[in-house]
Design a protein around this ligand. Sequence first.
Ligand code: M6R
Length: 613
Amino acid sequence: MCGIIGYVGKNNSVSYIIDGLKKLEYRGYDSAGISILQEGKLVTVRAVGKVAELERAALQVNPVGTTGLGHTRWATHGKPSEENSHPHTDCSGELVVVHNGIIENYLTLRTQLESLGHKFKSETDTEVIAHLIEENLKHVRAANEEEKLIKAVQKTNKEISGAFAYGVMWAHAPGLLVGVKNQSPLVVGIGKKESFLASDVPAFLQHTNKVIFLDEGEVALLRGGQVTVLDKTGQVKKAKSVRISWDQKTAEKGGYDHFMLKEIYEQPQAIEDTLRTARADFGKILGLDTSTLRGLKDIHIIACGTAYHAGLVGKYYIEQFAGIPVSVDLASEYKYRTVPHMKGTLAIAISQSGETADTIGAIKKAKSLGFRTLAICNVLGSTLTRLCDSTFFTHCGPEISVASTKAFTSQITSMYMLAITLGLANGNVSKAAFDKLHRELMRLSKAMSETVKLEYTVRHLTRKIYKADRFIFLGRHVNFPIALEGALKLKEVSYRSAEGFAAGEIKHGPISIIDKGTPVFMLMPHDSVFEKMLSACQECRARGAFVVAITTPDGVAQAKRVADMIIPVPQASEFLQPVLNVVPLQFLAYWIAKRLGCDIDQPRNLAKSVTVE
Ligand code: M6R
C-alpha cells in the first residue's frame, strides 16, 4: 500500500512530484523517493520517514528534469529503510520502477534473475520488476527504444502475478513514462503539454482535473500532454477521460489543523451531496429494477473497520424496513467461511476507498457464488466499483484523514436510503410510510449542521479525561455499532485503549474492567431502549465510572440523575439518531489525540486504504 506519482511535461518535475507525494502520504508513509531524468541520467533521492524528509534530501541534491517518478511507501516486503525505498533500479541504473501492491511470485523470479547474473540491492518484491524488464529488454525486437521498453513491460506483465500498479522510466526512452495497472489503483491526469500518473487523483488535482481511470491489465504511455492506453491484449484503446468535480481546495485542509477535523465538519454537506443523487429514482441508481428488488431473499453485507460498523447499522435498517434477513461479515472473514448458496442473495460491499483488498477478495467470492453485487463506495473508478454489478456513490468528497468520519455517516445514510427503497419495493413499507421516512432522511443534513456545533462541549470534556488509561463505549440496538465505532476512532488516533460493547453485555464480563474514574460513554437517545440504558448507567456508576450520557433533549433530565456529564445531541428519528450520535465521539477521539500530541491524520502503523490482505 503505497503512493505513486509520475510527471512528464515541459517543467522541472521535482516540485510536481514532491507535492503529489505529500497528497499521497495517506497511502503510507514510512519512506519516500524520487527519480528524475536529468541530461540522460537518472538521479534518485530516497529517504526514510515522511515526504518532508525526502524534500530535505532532494533540496541538497537539487535534481532537474522534465520526466520523473516518485513514491511514498508503506512496507510490505522488507523493513522501512533507504535501500527498500522506491524507486528501484535495474543493474544498469538506467531504468527505475515505482510500485504499489504485491508481486506474489517474486521469490521464484528473483532466484531465476539472480541465476542470470542480476544483482539485487533490496529485500523488496518491487526490485524484481526492474530486473525483469531489464532482462526482457534484451530479448524483444523493436523499431526504436520506446517501442522496446513498451514490449519489455508487456512481456514482464505476463510473467509477474499478484495485485499491482507500477510506473517505469528508462533513460534510453526520455520523455516517456509507462504505467501498468493490475488490481491496484492507478490513474492518469492529462494537462496542457504535461501528464501525470498517480495512485489517486488528489496527487495532481491542482494541475488538472481531466482523468483517465485505467482498467485492469492496461498499460498507459505518457508523453507530455499525450496519453495512449493499451488494453490488456496490447491494442491501442480509445480511453475515455472524465472531469473530476473535486477542486484542489476540497482535497486540502481548508484552514483546519487537521483533515480529520475538517472532515468531521464536512458531514452536513457530505450527507446533503449523498442524498442529492438519491432524490432521483434510487432503485434505478442502484441498477436494480423493481422485480430484482422484490426477489431479494437474503442480504450479505461485507466491509472492514469503520465501513463494517456502517454495515452493522445497515442490518438494523434493512431488517426493520424491508424485512429481509441480513448477515454482516468482516470481509477478511467472509472469504474463509462457508457461505450457503441461495437464490436471490444480494452482496453489498461498503468501502470508502473501494481499494480495500479484503473487501475486494470477499466480493469476488460473492460473485463466484453467483450473488448479485452492489458497492456503496466513495471513490469513482475504484477497483470495487468496477467489480460490482452496480454502485451507489457516497459523494462525500476525498477523505484524506486515515480515520474515517464523513465516509461513515454517508455510508449509514446510504444504507438507510437503500433499506427504505427495498421496503417500498417489496411491500414491507407503504408509500405513505416511505414518504415519512424519506422526509425524515431529508432533514438529516440540517440536524447534522447542529450536531457539529458540539465540538466545544466535547473539547472541554476531554480536558478532564484525556489521561485515562481506558475508555468504554456502550450502546444498544441501532446505537450498539456506534459504541464500536466510538472505540475504534479513539484507538486509531489517540492510541488509547478503548472498547465498545452492547450495553446489555457488560454484566456478562466487561463490567470487571470498570474502575474508579473509568470514562464510560453511554449512547442513550430518548428512544425505545432508553430505560435500559438508564440502568446500564447506574451499573457503571456503582463501580465508580465517570459516566457521560450522549442523549437527545427529551432524555436530558433523566440522564442527569445517573450521569456525571451530558452531551446533548439534536433529535432525529430513532433509526437516524446513530448518524448524529457518532459525531461527539469523533470530536472526542480528535481532541484526546490532540491533547496527547498524536499524529492525528496519519496515526502510527496505519494507512488510509489497506490494499494488501
Ligand atoms: O476504504 P474502506 O472503507 O474499505 O476502509 C476500510 C477500513 O480500513 C477503514 O474503515 C478503517 O477502519 C478506517 N481507518 C477507520 O477509521
